[in-house]
Ligand binder design. Structure first.
Ligand SMILES: CCCCCCCC/C=C\CC(=O)SCCNC(=O)CCNC(=O)[C@H](O)C(C)(C)COP(=O)(O)OP(=O)(O)OC[C@H]1O[C@@H](n2cnc3c(N)ncnc32)[C@H](O)[C@@H]1OP(=O)(O)O
Length: 238
């Protein structure tokens, strides 16, 4: 599955819906042995959630958006397929979350790229299931530090903390993803055994999580923080 939503593969409601439909189709296809997620765009795997979906939108629309974010996570984290993230560019926040849903992460060894949960930089606290996914990937202490600082990691740092499993030359990300994928035939029961408690936690609190998100994100103070962050993103370009 090659992500293609220019300019930066931000995860809008529409794009998330497309991703969910694609994953569902693959999941039902008996001939499909697994999934490699990568990006069709240069330099960016995914810029994470589309910030415009969280800025100046109605509570109803925010709720619909958040349900789609949850759905993407539930489908990928709970997938019966062998999943590999071929991270061929930067992958902040929701992009990092998406790659952490996979069984294995291969990243392009380019020091210009970064990966991590940077929500704190937007004045936002990462939701509990973002936090849980990271804890399951890199452990409690590293997650605590990482979330408190909104830390982004270059590929070497990401490898060191176990946020990614392998670094490869930029032009060989696809090759190595396929080679690794071929070595694994089918996920055994240990995958669902390890992930079930985390999945059940969100499933049982899904509606409350949507309500929390909507009331948090529509607060004036949070809207102001997001507005300032958007301004900063645009200024950085000039
Ligand atoms: C109680 C519970 C409450 C829970 C609330 C929690 C909610 C969840 C919160 C966060 C999850 C997220 O995923 S938020 C998104 C975070 N993402 C980022 O901070 C990434 C920001 N982007 C970048 O760092 C860079 O754009 C990049 C490294 C990804 C790519 O850099 P590049 O130089 O190639 O591109 P530009 O920076 O020039 O960007 C091009 C263009 O795209 C716009 N842009 C970038 N990222 C986003 C985004 N995530 N959403 C929407 N738009 C984005 C950027 O502003 C540029 O736009 P213009 O061309 O119009 O200037």
């Amino acid at each position: 599955m090659s992500l293609q939503n220019p300019p930066v593969n931000s995860l809008s409601l529409e794009f998330l819906t497309d991703i969910c439909i694609s994953v569902e189709k693959l999941e039902m296809d008996k001939t499909c042995r697994g999934l490699i997620i990568t990006s069709s765009l240069p330099k960016v795997f995914s810029a994470g959630l589309d910030i415009m979906e969280m800025y100046g939108k109605s509570p109803e629309r925010c709720g619909e958006f958040w349900r789609a974010v949850q759905e993407m996570w539930l489908k990928l984290y709970g997938s019966n397929m062998v999943t590999i993230a071929a991270i061929n560019g930067s992958s902040p926040a929701g992009g990092c979350l998406m790659s952490m849903t996979c069984d294995y992460r291969i990243m392009a060894d380019n020091p210009r790229y970064s990966i991590g949960l940077n929500e704190t930089q937007l004045g936002i606290v990462a939701p509990f299931w973002f936090k849980d996914t990271m804890t399951n990937t890199v452990g409690h202490r590293t997650t605590e530090l990482s979330l408190q600082l909104g830390q982004m990691y270059n590929p070497a740092e990401a490898l060191k903390i176990g946020l990614v499993d392998q670094l490869v030359p930029e032009d060989q990300v696809s090759h190595y993803s396929h080679t690794n994928h071929d070595q694994v035939t089918t996920p055994d029961r240990s995958k669902s055994m390890m992930r079930k408690p985390t999945i059940d936690k969100l499933t049982s609190k899904r509606e409350a999580d949507i309500q929390n998100f909507v009331s948090f994100i529509t607060k004036d103070s949070i809207q102001k923080s997001i507005g300032m962050y958007l301004e900063m993103l645009k200024k950085r370009k000039r």
